[in-house]
Design a protein around this ligand. Structure first.
Ligand SMILES: [Zn+2]
Length: 257
């Protein structure tokens, strides 16, 4: 699968805690640095890799590759001074590669994160890719959905939340304990809610013009289904690392009560 991003390499790992660059900040619950410059997103990873990507799914990274190269050169120049790297910033800017999303690239990114998150999820991601290979994309997503629904329903069965705020709390606790990210809910109306996830397990992965978080989506779905005792729930992910954003957002709608 081809990603909508370019990858550059500084030649060695860097300590991102020491990096201070204008407009660039550490993303919550990750070891990643992120900056947004117009339509361009830049992600600096502790492994020394830098990714540039389009923040809008409709715009291909090729269309903004000129601005991306300029920005990379500036960043490489700053980091060269800071970490005494033996690189030529202009060469870093020219060394872009179009990313392929495969097991190796997935592991590289997950490795760059919290070691505990890495240990837990490298097996999950391997399984996910193996099931995909074995059953095909459609069926592997079905398997993942069933797992998500099961987990989501269990959150409600085990904790029996009495009202919607308690439901939000129990779901957030589950995500936090399972290291799936930090979830925040918002009530838009009695039947419409929004859930934002920061630092999800796919944080740092390149955009692929589709959302990554099918498991998370179905956990939310399962929990709400069980809570209202009805399958009339629609959950869709409209912001995701897979779409070029640096957090995930789900819209949850109770279609009929
Ligand atoms: Zn997502």
């Amino acid at each position: 699968m081809e990603a909508n991003s370019f990858l550059y390499y500084l030649g060695k790992p860097i300590d991102i805690k020491k990096v201070k660059l204008p407009g660039i900040k550490q993303l919550p619950h990750t070891n990643l640095l992120f900056g947004r410059f117009g339509k361009l997103g830049i992600l600096i990873m502790p492994s020394g890799f830098i990714r540039t990507f389009s923040m809008e799914p409709s715009i291909n990274i090729d269309e903004i590759s000129g601005i991306a190269a300029l920005k990379i050169q500036q960043i490489a120049n700053e980091l060269k001074k800071k970490f005494k790297l033996r690189i030529k910033p202009e060469e870093v800017a020219l060394s872009k590669i179009k990313e392929e999303l495969n097991l190796e690239s997935l592991q590289k990114i997950i490795q760059a994160r919290d070691i505990e998150v890495y240990r837990r999820f490298h097996l999950f991601l391997k399984l996910r890719l193996a099931v995909r290979e074995l059953l095909g994309v459609f069926n592997s997503e079905r398997v993942l959905s069933m797992v998500g629904l099961f987990l989501g329903r269990n959150i409600v069965k085990e904790n029996k939340p009495k009202n919607i705020d308690k439901l939000f709390l129990e779901i957030s606790k589950f995500f936090k304990n399972e290291k799936l990210g930090i979830v925040k809910f918002e009530k838009l109306s009695p039947t419409k809610f929004d859930a934002k996830i920061e630092g999800c397990i796919y944080a740092g992965l390149p955009p692929i013009n589709e959302p990554y978080c099918e498991l998370e989506r179905t956990i939310l779905r399962g929990a709400f289904e069980e809570f209202i005792k009805s399958p009339n729930i629609a959950v869709s992910e409209y912001e995701c690392w897979g779409l070029g954003q640096t957090n995930c957002r789900f819209s949850i709608t109770i279609t009929t009560l």
